[in-house]
Design a protein around this ligand. Structure first.
Ligand code: BG6
Length: 507
């Protein structure tokens, strides 16, 4: 999280420069940072990839991508004249150690020209099997030695399981100091997710309520309307648990469940989050059966358009048409500590669902004694705090009120903090916040190796059970639904239901 200071001279090297992540997220984020005056004058973006492109060709390509994907719309000529010349490109085979000399030379050239040393950020926007070789080759070329200036950003997935995550951590820790490592979970950069910490820790009224005495249960839903699409090759080896729960949803849970840090520094915040993961109840094969649900979408219709099922898409893309990969997961977790003992946290996520929305709902306990006539009880509800992360950005506290009139009727009303109604400025994209934080050397919103390992440790028994037990009923939910029926049963057996995603959050 930044204050308005500019970083030192910065060179941003993007491995996977011609890839999708750069096109959709990194390039637009850097351009918007430029537009808003966050980039230093002495800034260079070096893209690298296998394609043989010139600087100009790469610049043209980036502009096209930014035009398509930036929240600020199409680039304007006068602005581009300022930004474009910062862009460079080198075709490189990342597996060949010799090619890294190009970066050594180019960095030196820029530093000579700027007459100042630069922070150099190596962004690995490549398939995870290239992480080790790039890290090793950077080290061999001497590019990682300056621990104050060289930083490496690693995208998810960080490991495929606990074992591989440990291996990767070991390798990276052998090359880099902790302060050089930036493991991305882009959910942490989302404006509304950062605000959970402000909401909890900058308001005195929250803390007395934020525990098992007042809270009955918590729901975290990250639902997506889109299917897996052309990422199926990657996704089939991953599934919803690895792709979303192990990282994004568990991080949301940590942000809700963490103890107040002593101060807002990277170490403190990350220590408190890792405490939550450590306190989470581990699963056995029996508890996996009772507390988890997986699903895979079948064909159906979404907004009047016919859409294929996961297995049909798999077949079209040359992947196993009998795939056992889950595209939906719902899991009941517990955090075994004083604050949260006995409070279930229900997490669900899935693709091809009825609507796209990320919502955290905290349901408070009922009043200890209901004093009003019994007939008024019908429409009343327990208090809920609804944190809408996206697309609606708001926090709603649902309370009971008397409807105006001579009779006594209670209904639920919302006390609302809505970004749209409160602020004029557009919220930055998660990647803007995160890239700026890397430049400024702030790791607060990044994952640390031990957090990633704890999260893997927690989900491993579920992964193992699911992998050992082929699902007999896939596909078990249709497009445009809210997932398999068993997910409803998971909460219904505790007397709850999944809260409706508010209508105004329609995609
Ligand atoms: C990514 C997952 O990390 O997050 C995708 O790999 C998912 O499968 C995406 O669609 C969701 O991110 P967002 O920001 O669109 O909610």
């Amino acid at each position: 999280m930044n204050t308005k200071i500019k970083s030192q001279p910065t060179i941003f090297v993007i491995f996977g420069g011609t890839g999708d992540l750069n096109a959709r997220k990194l390039a637009p984020a850097l351009y918007n940072l430029y537009l808003e005056g966050w980039l230093p004058e002495q800034f260079a973006l070096i893209g690298t990839g296998r394609s043989k492109l010139t600087d100009k060709e790469f610049e043209k390509r980036m502009r096209k991508d930014i035009d398509e994907f930036s929240r600020s719309g199409k680039t304007k000529d006068d602005k581009w004249e300022g930004f474009g010349p910062h862009i460079h490109y080198y075709p490189a085979d990342v597996q060949n150690a010799d090619t890294y000399q190009i970066f050594v030379d180019h960095i030196k050239e820029l530093e000579d020209e700027w007459k100042a040393p630069a922070n150099v950020i190596y962004y690995l926007a490549v398939a995870p099997n290239f992480f080790p070789v790039i890290a090793e080759n950077l080290a061999k070329a001497g590019l990682t030695a300056d621990a104050d200036r060289a930083r490496i950003v690693i995208e998810k997935p960080f490991g495929h399981d606990l074992e591989s995550a440990k291996e990767l951590n070991k390798l990276l820790n052998g090359i880099f100091q902790d302060k050089q490592l930036y493991l991305i979970d882009h959910y942490l950069g989302k404006e509304t997710v950062q605000n959970i910490m402000a909401f909890r820790f900058a308001n005195a009224i929250m803390e007395p309520l934020w525990n098992r005495n007042a809270i009955e249960h918590v729901q975290i839903s990250v639902t997506e309307q889109l299917g897996v699409g052309d990422r199926l090759g990657y996704y089939d080896g991953s599934g919803a648990l690895r792709d979303m729960i192990q990282n994004h949803l568990l991080q949301l849970l940590c942000t809700i469940a963490m103890e107040p840090p002593t101060n807002f520094t990277a170490e403190e915040v990350r220590n408190r989050k890792v405490d939550v993961l450590r306190a989470m109840r581990r699963f056995t094969p029996e508890t996996v059966r009772d507390n988890t649900v997986r699903g895979q979408y079948g064909p159906g219709w979404i907004e009047g358009k016919q859409v294929p099922g996961y297995r049909e898409e798999a077949e079209q893309q040359g992947v196993n048409p009998q795939s056992n990969t889950e595209t939906f997961a719902a899991i009941k977790f517990f955090v075994d500590n004083w604050r949260w003992q006995g409070v279930p946290f229900y997490l669900r996520t899935g693709k091809r669902l009825h609507r796209s929305a990320s919502v955290i709902t905290i349901q408070f306990k009922d009043v200890p004694h209901f004093i009003f006539p019994a007939e008024t009880a019908e429409t009343r509800r327990q208090n809920r705090l609804v944190i809408n992360i996206q697309p609606e950005m708001s926090i709603r506290l649902q309370v009971q009120a008397k409807r105006p009139g001579v009779d006594l009727v209670l209904n639920t009303v919302d006390m609302v903090f809505d970004y749209k109604g409160t602020y004029v400025a557009q919220a930055p994209e998660a990647y803007e916040t995160l890239l700026l934080d890397v430049m400024l050397g702030d790791q607060t919103l990044f994952m640390r190796g031990d957090q990633v390992e704890e999260a893997w440790d927690l989900v491993m028994p579920i992964l193992n059970s699911w992998e050992n037990r082929i699902s007999q009923n896939f596909p078990n939910y249709s497009a445009d639904s809210w997932g398999p029926e068993a997910a409803e049963a998971l909460v219904a057996k505790d007397g709850y239901h999944w809260f409706t995603i508010p209508l105004e959050t329609k995609k």
